[in-house]
Design a protein around this ligand. Structure first.
Ligand code: SAH
Length: 458
C-alpha cells in the first residue's frame, strides 16, 4: 500500500512538471513517505529526517521537505513543532494535494498540516502515468474497521471506505491498455469490499461483495492476464471468494492471508476474530477450489503473554497450512493500540530466537515446495531485472514463486508472460530456461502489445 502511495505521488509530481533527480542534494522537493506499523520504521525515519535537516541548513532552506503517509498522520502538527524544518505534513488522505502544497512551499508559503480523513467523499488517486507497470496496483478500499489489538493502522488510515466498482473496473481497464499484465487489488481488509454504489450485490456480508468485484473485473476486462489481491482478512473469506478462485481463470493461484499466530489464546488477545481451526478451514476451502494454490502469511512473534507453548502452535499452523512465504515480525508496541495494556513482556532475545525459528521453518517449507517444481513448465510474468544486475530477468508464476531466467539477456525483453521450464530450485526462488516464443511481451519503450492468451497460467 505504501509502495502504491509512493507511485501515485511520483506520478502526480511528474504530471505537475517536476523531474526526478538522483539525490536529495540536487532536489527542490523531497517527499518522505512513511510507515508506522512497527517502531523500527519510525526510528529509521528519524535518522533520515536528521540528515535532511542538516542538508537544509547547508542549502539555505532547500529542498522543500514533505513528510507523507502514516507517521505524518500520527504526528500531525506535533511533527512541525518537533521538526520545524518540515514544510508539509501530509496524511494518507491528502496525497492528491502534494503538487500544489509542495509548489506553494517552494514559493515561500508557511508550513501546512493536512491530516483529516475524507469520510464523506473518499477520494482514490487517479492514474496519471502514461505507461503502467507490468504488475500494477489498484486501490479498492482504504482505512480499516478491524480492531486488532497490536495494530496502529486504523488510527493512521482511518475508518474503512470503499471505492465504487465502476471506478475500480475503469482503472483496471486503463492499466491494461497502458501495458499492465497483472493487477493487484489493494485494501487493508481487501476481501471486506462492498460496492458503495450498489451496482454489485454485497449480501451476505461475508466476502460476497468482494467476490462479485472479482467476477466483474474478469468479465469486463477480459484482456487482463492476472488478477491478485492483498491483503485479505480471514474473517471475510466466505464461500463466495473460494468459488471465485475455482471459476476465474484470471485469478492468481496465490493468496497472502495473515494468520499472525497459531495460538487461539493469542489470537483472542490480538482481537483477530477467528481461531486456528477456522483459519485452516479457509485454507482447505481455497485449496479445494484451486489445488495448487499457495498461501503466504504474516506472523507476529513475542506478542505480550506469548508462551513457548503458544509459539509452538504458531510453528504447527505453519506446517499445517503449508505456508509458502512468511513475513514475520517481532511484536512492537504502538502508540494508542489496545495491546499496550498487556505490556511488552516477551524478552528481546526470546523474540529474536522465535523469529529465527519461524524463518528456519519457513525456509524448509519453501525449499520443499520449490524443489517439487523442478522439471515442470510454467508461465512467468517477467517484470524486472534480476537482483544480480547481470541483465538477467526475473518474474513470478501464477502461484507467486519468484523465477530467474537463465538465458534472458539476449532477448531484449522488458516485460511479458513467457513460458519456461524450471531447471533449478534456490533457497527462495527458482531458475528457469525460456521455452519457445514469449506468450505475450512488451518491448521497452515500444508500442504496447496486448497480451495474447496461449493457454492457461499455472
Ligand atoms: N491488514 C493487515 C495488516 C497490515 S500491517 C492484516 O490483515 O492484519 C502488516 C503486518 O504488519 C501485519 O499483518 C502484522 O503481521 C504486522 N504488524 C502490524 N502491527 C504490528 C506490531 N505492532 N508489531 C509487529 N508487527 C506488526
Amino acid at each position: 500500500m505504501n509502495v502504491h502511495d509512493s507511485e501515485r505521488m511520483h506520478g502526480l509530481l511528474l504530471a505537475a512538471g517536476l523531474q526526478p533527480v538522483g539525490s536529495a542534494r540536487e532536489a527542490d522537493v523531497v517527499v518522505v513517505n512513511t510507515c508506522s506499523v512497527r517502531e523500527k520504521a519510525e526510528q529509521k525515519l528519524d535518522s533520515e529526517l536528521g540528515k535532511l535537516r542538516r542538508l537544509k541548513k547547508q542549502r539555505a532552506g532547500r529542498p522543500v521537505l514533505v513528510l507523507a503517509g502514516c507517521v505524518a498522520q500520527q504526528r500531525g502538527a506535533a511533527a512541525l513543532r518537533r521538526m520545524p524544518f518540515i514544510d508539509v505534513v501530509l496524511g494518507p488522505d491528502h496525497l492528491g494535494e502534494l503538487p500544489a502544497l509542495a509548489l506553494a512551499a517552494d514559493g515561500g508559503a508557511p508550513a501546512e498540516v493536512r491530516t483529516t480523513f475524507d469520510l464523506d467523499r473518499p477520494a482514490f488517486l487517479a492514474l496519471t502515468s502514461e505507461q503502467a507497470a507490468p504488475s500494477a496496483f489498484v486501490s479498492i478500499s482504504k482505512g480499516c474497521d478491524e480492531r486488532c489489538s497490536f495494530c496502529i493502522v486504523p488510527s493512521t488510515r482511518g475508518p474503512e471506505r470503499h471505492r465504487p466498482s465502476a471506478e475500480i473496473i475503469a482503472e483496471v481497464r486503463a492499466l491494461v491498455q497502458l501495458g499492465a499484465f497483472e493487477v493487484v487489488l489493494l485494501g487493508q481488509t481487501v476481501n471486506g469490499y462492498r460496492d458503495p454504489s450498489g451496482v454489485l450485490p454485497s449480501e451476505p456480508n461475508d466476502g460476497t461483495g468482494f467476490a462479485m468485484l472479482l467476477r466483474g473485473i474478469a468479465e469486463q476486462v477480459p484482456e487482463l492476464r492476472r488478477l491478485r489481491y492483498t491483503s485479505p482478512h480471514p474473517r471475510w473469506y466466505g464461500p463466495a471468494v473460494a468459488d471465485a478462485h475455482r471459476d476465474l481463470e484470471v485469478l492468481c493461484h496465490h493468496v497472502h492471508m495473515p494468520v499472525q499466530s497459531g495460538s487461539d489464546r493469542v489470537l483472542k488477545r490480538m482481537i483477530r476474530r477467528y481461531d486456528s481451526a477456522e483459519f485452516l478451514e479457509i485454507a482447505r476451502g481455497l485449496r479445494s477450489a484451486r489445488s495448487d494454490l499457495t498461501i503466504s502469511t504474516d506472523i507476529i512473534v513475542g506478542f505480550p503473554g506469548e508462551t513457548d507453548e503458544d509459539f509452538e502452535q504458531t510453528l504447527s499452523i505453519m506446517r499445517e497450512a503449508r505456508f509458502f512465504g512468511v513475513y514475520a515480525f517481532k511484536y512492537s508496541p504502538r502508540p494508542g493500540t489496545p495491546a499496550l495494556r498487556f505490556g511488552d513482556d516477551v524478552p528481546e532475545e526470546v523474540k529474536s530466537e522465535r523469529l529465527a525459528r519461524v524463518f528456519e521453518l519457513s525456509e524448509a517449507l519453501q525449499a520443499e515446495h520449490l524443489t517439487s517444481l523442478v522439471g515442470t513448465n510454467q508461465l512467468v510474468l517477467v517484470q524486472e531485472q534480476g537482483p544480480r544486475g547481470d541483465g538477467r530477468l526475473c518474474g513470478h508464476t501464477i502461484r507467486n514463486e519468484i523465477v530467474h531466467l537463465e538465458d534472458s539477456k539476449e532477448l531484449g525483453l522488458r516485460a511479458g508472460i513467457v513460458p519456461v521450464r524450471i531447471t533449478r530450485a534456490w533457497k527462495h526462488s527458482l531458475e528457469a530456461a525460456l521455452l519457445g516464443a514469449p506468450a505475450a511481451t512488451r518491448a521497452g519503450g515500444g508500442p504496447v502489445r496486448l497480451p495474447v492468451v496461449t493457454g492457461s497460467d499455472g
